[in-house]
Design a protein around this ligand. Structure first.
Ligand code: C2E
Ligand code: MG
Ligand code: MG
Ligand code: MG
Length: 292
């Protein structure tokens, strides 16, 4: 396979391209071995309620503990895994790892919160996906409400009917669904209506400069109001500052996820958070109406 690739003509040859091609091939073959070598690990990033200040859920984020490269983030290898057909086994591994961890915490009488797993387009296109999820839950005797899924709009666009059927079936199992990275790509109100989402996650791109960019502030405000009118919860991604927190709280955003509270941490560290229940310091509630 690699011989064929190396034999491909370089129409726009450049030394840099050749180097990056070689690097890609190296990463690809290492990725092939990563599952067997048990080099993947799940990190957990808390989601915090903007009224109580408590951790109410978490997002499972995969990391690759590479023997030479160190901790590799998903942006580096998930797109490659999708291209080379490794995304399904990796996704299956993540779901199994999260179910196993939740089951262990429950057995240990830890006060767990639901954990959200990121889906890939390949899973939603798979007619067996709902059965795979059911199997994973029963393998670990884990009730469905301890797991959530996050997906983006582009994932449901390939085969809208099959995706809708899969999502309805997951909902019927008792799994909550969030629309991830809202505001990027082909965001549409129709999707919020058509698919059985429980929550919308506003993309980090809109949160980043919400106090400096009037356009992004207007979008964030509108998304929160619109989602609420459709009875959906709203999660803000990538909250890093007190100013962003106050902006979101004034607009009645429901939950926050971001470095302001915590980055994604290994399971043992997240377990400490579940036990110690750290609170987000929220300050006095200021009503949007009393501003300006
Ligand atoms: P995502 O689902 O939108 O996840 C949120 C990303 O934002 C995570 O990056 C998280 O670490 C990062 N983040 C959270 N708070 C902050 C903040 O305050 N500031 C900044 N700068 N970043 C913040 P991460 O872990 O690198 O994951 C990137 C993407 O990789 C995820 O985006 C998701 O699309 C994908 N991904 C991660 N784990 C999995 C997985 O198990 N399966 C699949 N299919 N995709 C995954
Ligand atoms: Mg996500
Ligand atoms: Mg996201
Ligand atoms: Mg994102």
């Amino acid at each position: 396979q690699s011989a064929k690739r190396l034999g491909e003509p370089y129409l726009y040859y450049s030394p840099a391209m050749n180097a990056s091609h070689a690097a890609r091939l190296a990463l690809e073959s290492e990725l092939l071995h990563a599952l067997d070598a048990q080099e993947f690990v799940v990190y957990y990033q808390p989601r915090v309620d903007l009224v109580s200040g408590r951790i109410v859920s978490a997002e499972a984020l995969i990391r690759w503990r590479h023997p030479q490269r160190g901790l590799v983030f998903p942006g580096t290898f998930i797109p490659l895994a999708e291209e080379v057909g490794l995304i399904e086994p990796i996704s299956d591994w993540v779901l199994d790892a999260v179910c196993a961890q939740q089951a262990r915490w429950l057995q240990g009488k830890i006060d767990v919160v639901p954990v959200a797993v990121n889906l890939s387009a390949a899973q939603l296109r798979n007619g067996k996906f709902v059965q795979d999820v059911t199997d994973a839950l029963s393998r670990h005797r884990l009730p469905a409400h301890h797991i959530e899924f996050e997906l983006t709009e582009s994932m449901v666009m390939n085969d809208v009917e099959l995706a809708a059927a899969n999502l309805q079936a997951l909902k019927a199992l008792g799994i909550q669904l969030s629309l991830d990275d809202f505001g990027t790509g082909h965001s549409s109100l129709a999707h919020l209506q058509r698919f059985p989402f429980d929550a919308v996650k506003i993309d980090r791109a809109f949160i980043r400069d919400v106090n400096a960019n009037a356009g992004n502030a207007a979008i964030a405000t509108a998304v929160i109001a619109m989602a609420h009118s459709l009875h959906l919860r709203v999660v803000a991604e990538g909250v890093e500052t007190e100013g962003q927190l106050q902006f979101l709280r004034r607009r009645r955003c429901d939950e926050l996820q971001g470095f302001y509270f915590s980055e994604a941490v290994p399971a043992a560290q997240f377990e400490t958070m579940l036990v110690e229940k750290p609170l987000l310091t929220l300050g006095p509630q200021v009503d949007e109406d009393t501003l300006l």
